[in-house]
Design a binder for this molecule. Structure first.
Ligand SMILES: [Zn+2]
Length: 362
């Protein structure tokens, strides 16, 4: 049994969703692909996260088997997510401190392992696709990341309107070197100057006042970027690799990816990477499952939604069983692009998983 899905706009053009990658693969003549996906560490993962990550494994396996290329998975752990917040009593300015600055690398590694280690290992066992996890903190330390950031400043006047079409305002956040707090919206962050391979910023700390930070390829400053700016820099960095990058994101990213694609065009000869968008898991209202809505109690979940769909740590079986369940569900979604180019409510997932029958090949 399959879900009942309407005909998609790609019917007749796309037989398997991994074929979205093929035009770029042919143009580039690449022998290897690296699929990039995100890992949230700010709370227990829900079903939407699991579906995205499982889809990344299955797409990598399909790239290997159907397109005949080497395929690996690279997860980025977002340790730049805000961990704690303070409001300056004098100015009302919002300050945040990231998971990295509040917890440090050892506890971040623990979190990644706790939420994802078992699942990823089980999915590797099921698909034969290897994976690595790199934190944002580690990634932004690399000279190549900083070079791409500095390159973005070189064409800032055009780029910032692609990254923030309403205001052209794209804050860059540099945490206080003494305590790690930073202004969430970078109100008082100022670009003092740029030169050949450097940029100097001034910013204000809630406790330590004004400070200046230099960003250089080999420097130590920690770079906080807005979501779209960060993704642009990461994707341009990924494009330097010999393995052709394929960006895997939930379909809720479709509109954001439009802006990213626009941003790529600001670079001479720039072209956006191959992307595959994965099905979003929805609550009864049609809003995607979201940690913040669940926390607020406004997620509007249907009563038949089992707790583990909202919080994977509440799965009562083995991790392998959880991985097999996700594998079965996402294999079904990938069995026809019609089933992949749509969203699923938690109720529909409950219905699909209750059905017996053979598993469609991923
Ligand atoms: Zn400080």
């Amino acid at each position: 049994m399959s879900p009942v899905s309407p005909v998609s706009v790609t019917v007749g053009a796309v037989e398997h969703s991994v074929d979205f990658v093929r035009p770029r693969l042919r143009a580039r003549g690449a022998r290897r692909v690296a699929l990039y996906a995100g890992v949230q560490i700010n709370g227990e993962p829900h079903l939407g996260t699991g579906v995205l990550q499982t889809a990344a494994f299955l797409l990598a396996r399909s790239a290997r088997d159907r397109l005949g290329v080497g395929a690996e998975l690279r997860f980025g752990a977002l340790d730049n997510a805000p961990y704690e917040t303070r409001v300056c009593p004098r100015t009302g300015t919002l300050y945040t401190r990231s998971y990295h600055h509040a917890l440090g690398p050892a506890r971040i590694e623990e979190l990644v392992k706790r939420f994802y280690g078992g699942l990823f290992d089980a999915l590797t066992a099921l698909t034969g696709v290897p994976y690595t996890v790199e934190t944002y903190t580690r990634q932004q330390q690399s000279p190549a990341f900083r070079e791409e950031f500095l390159a973005s400043l070189d064409r800032w006047d055009r780029l910032r309107w692609a990254l923030a079409p309403s205001t052209g305002h794209v804050p860059v956040s540099l945490p206080c070197p003494r305590c790690g707090w930073l202004q969430k919206s970078g109100e008082h962050t100022e670009l003092l100057g740029t030169g050949d391979r450097w940029a100097r910023f001034a910013a204000v700390c809630i406790d330590h006042g004004r400070y200046e930070t230099d960003v250089r390829p080999d420097g130590r400053a920690w770079l906080g970027l807005t979501t779209l700016h960060r993704n642009l820099v990461k994707e341009r960095l990924a494009d330097r690799d010999e393995a052709m990058p394929v960006i895997v994101k939930g379909a809720d990213w479709a509109t954001g990816c439009r802006l990213l694609d626009e941003a790529f065009l600001c670079f001479p000869g720039g072209h956006p990477p191959a992307r595959v968008l994965t099905p979003v898991i929805l609550s009864a209202s049609g809003a995607k499952l979201s940690k913040s809505l669940m926390r607020e109690g406004t997620a509007d979940l249907s009563p038949d939604t089992p707790p583990w769909m909202l919080d994977a740590t509440r799965w009562t079986g083995t991790t392998e069983g959880y991985a097999e369940t996700l594998h079965r569900l996402v294999s079904l979604m990938l069995s026809d692009p019609r089933h992949f180019e749509r969203g699923y409510t938690t109720s529909e997932v409950v219905r699909i998983l209750a059905e017996p029958g053979p598993i469609a090949p991923g």
